[in-house]
Every structure is written in C-alpha cells, then in structure tokens.
Design a protein around this ligand. Structure first.
Ligand code: C2E
Ligand code: MG
Ligand code: MG
Ligand code: MG
Length: 293
C-alpha cells in the first residue's frame, strides 16, 4: 500500500524516486481498475450479502445477524469490503450500493420473520457518506415500508468516523432514525478518532467492542483493561454491549466474567448464506463453560 511504498522509497538508497513512482503507479492503476469494474457491479448482480450470527452468551440463542457485503467480480475475483467500500465511497458509488444492501437486508429479514424466526434482528453497516445525505431516514423508512420488515428489528451500525462532520446534523439524522423505531449501534468501538462525550449525546442502543481489542484479551493486560473499561462504561450509560471477533472459548469466558453478554465471531459462526440461518437459529449455540464448539 501507500505507506509501504513510502517506506521502501525512503529506505531503498538509490533509484528510490523511480521505485516510489512505480509503486504509486501500481496503486493508482489498481484503484482505477477497481472503480471501472465496481461501477457496473450492481446492475450486473455481482453483490450478495452474507449474514453473521450474533449470540446471547447466557442462553446460546441467536439474537441477530450482521449483514456483510460480498462482491464477486468476474474480472478481479472476490474482493474484501475493506478494499472496495472505500473505493466505492470515493467514486460516488456507495449510495447506490448501500440502498441495495438496505433493501436486500430488510427483504431477507422479513422472509425470516415469516418463517418463524421471531425477533431476529438484522444489522446493516452504514457508510459515513450516507450521513452526508439529508434523506437517509426517509430511505430507511421506505425500505421498511416496502418490505414490511419491522423497524425495531433493523439495526443500523455506524462508526465514530461520522462524527468527523457536522455533529448537530448527524445527531438530527440519528434522532430521525431512532424516531422510526430502528436500533443504532456503534461499530468498531474504541478505534475511532473521537471523544467519549458523544456517547451520551447520541441516541444509540448498543456498542460493538472492536475485534482488535478482543483478539488478545486473555493474553494482553492492556487489551483486557480496555475491554473491561468499555463494558463497565456501557453498563453505566445503560447501553448494551456486544463483542466482535470472538474466536475462542477463553475470550468468551473473559467477556462473560466482565458482564458482556453478547458476542459475534468465528467461535460461533463465520458469515454464512441466508439459507443457513434458520437451522442455526433453531439449534442455537453451545456456550456453557469448558464446552468448546
Ligand atoms: P465490520 O462491520 O466491523 O464487520 C466485521 C468484520 O469482521 C467482517 O469482515 C467479519 O467477517 C469479520 N469477522 C467476524 N468475526 C470474526 C472473527 O472471529 N475473527 C476475525 N478475524 N474476523 C471476524 P468483512 O465481512 O470482511 O467486512 C469488513 C468491513 O467492511 C466491515 O467491518 C464493514 O466496516 C465493511 N462492510 C461490510 N459490509 C458493508 C456494507 O454493506 N456497507 C458498508 N458501508 N460497509 C460494509
Ligand atoms: Mg459492522
Ligand atoms: Mg466492526
Ligand atoms: Mg471493521
């Protein structure tokens, strides 16, 4: 990436300018290629959603799923959303893609509801770019109305990055979304560039502890302290808290011992196709002590 290119350019002794230029060219070429194939991806039906279960740790029940976007490009293969979402944002493609995600997730949620998966929540990731649109709440209202999916089962995941723009405008938008009845969570909590004071000002229901803190929580005392503090803070603020990226029984037990009762991660399930969710919902997950699944 650009940082690596810069590092090599600074450290490569001779020819470093040429090296740097070649690296930058490669990055720019890749971006341009991505933009050109990404711009036709929606109408060519190359996107799909995978769904990752969210589990109540005291019962093993699936309480919700997070919708995660997948792009299967015939030209470039499978590309991570970590790579193509920022490109879609800068190329002005994210709004159309996000509209599709929202509609698709609500349609799927309604289908599960009709199949008897009562109370199953569906979480959708929102881009900061969507908050630059004044009509975000109206779009969400329309998606709910068109699909018949109940607002209280739709969760909207935002990141701290939205607070980089006009805070009052953001709070107004979030209030409108809350007024519809949707739930709002803060994703990747603790990684963003923002102060804690917004936590009490925003109408949010839930905080998602970022997976970077969960990863080493049982071996790194610093991560343990951060996770413990986030959980205690959410309790004090009357917010729900869910841990992301839970991969082991030991992480799960740490979280339970600190009072975090919800989790999502490979320990339970990777993101799966929609057809897999009903069976997981019915079977539930093993969460009891010492019982690894
Ligand atoms: P995110 O919203 O924080 O989603 C969690 C990511 O962690 C997902 O990656 C998920 O597959 C991965 N993950 C889940 N459990 C584990 C685990 O136990 N271990 C590890 N190592 N990883 C785990 P994914 O699907 O590649 O998505 C990456 C990011 O792309 C998302 O992070 C989100 O920021 C963004 N994204 C995905 N779908 C959408 C979308 O529809 N709209 C927008 N705006 N962004 C999206
Ligand atoms: Mg998310
Ligand atoms: Mg996250
Ligand atoms: Mg993330």
């Amino acid at each position: 990436d650009a940082d690596t290119a810069m590092y090599h350019a600074k450290n490569s002794g001779r020819n470093n300018f040429q090296f740097f230029t070649e690296q930058m060219n490669a990055i720019v070429q890749r971006q341009m290629r991505l933009i050109s194939v990404l711009s036709g991806a929606l109408e060519r039906g190359q996107f799909l959603l995978k769904y990752q279960p969210q589990i109540a740790l005291r019962t093993g029940k699936m309480i919700g799923v997070e919708a995660l976007l997948r792009w299967q490009s015939p030209e470039l293969g499978d590309i991570s959303p970590n790579e193509f979402i920022p490109v879609a944002e800068s190329a002005g493609l994210i709004i159309a893609i996000s509209d599709w995600v929202l509609m698709e997730a609500c349609l799927q949620g309604k289908q599960w509801l009709d199949q008897g998966l009562t109370g199953l929540r569906v979480a959708v990731n929102l881009s900061a770019v969507q908050f630059q649109q004044p009509h975000l709440a109206e779009k969400v209202r329309q998606a709910l109305a068109a699909t018949g999916f109940p607002a209280e089962l739709l969760e909207l995941e935002i990141t701290e990055s939205i607070m980089m723009s006009d805070k009052n405008a953001i709070i107004t938008l979030l209030d409108e979304l809350k007024a519809l009845g949707t739930q709002i969570s803060i994703d990747d909590f603790g990684t963003g560039y923002s102060s804690l004071s917004y936590l009490k000002r925003l109408p949010i229901d839930r905080v998602k502890i970022d997976q970077s803190f969960v990863r080493d929580v049982v071996i790194d005392p610093n991560d343990a302290a951060i996770v413990t503090a986030i959980i205690a803070m959410t309790h004090g603020l009357n917010l729900e808290v869910i841990a992301e990226g839970v991969e082991t029984q030991a992480q799960l037990e740490f979280l339970l011992s600190k009072g975090c009762y919800y989790a999502q991660g490979y320990h339970f399930s990777k993101p799966v196709g929609e057809q897999t969710i009903p069976a997981l919902w019915h079977s539930g997950f093993a969460v009891s002590r010492g019982e690894d699944c």
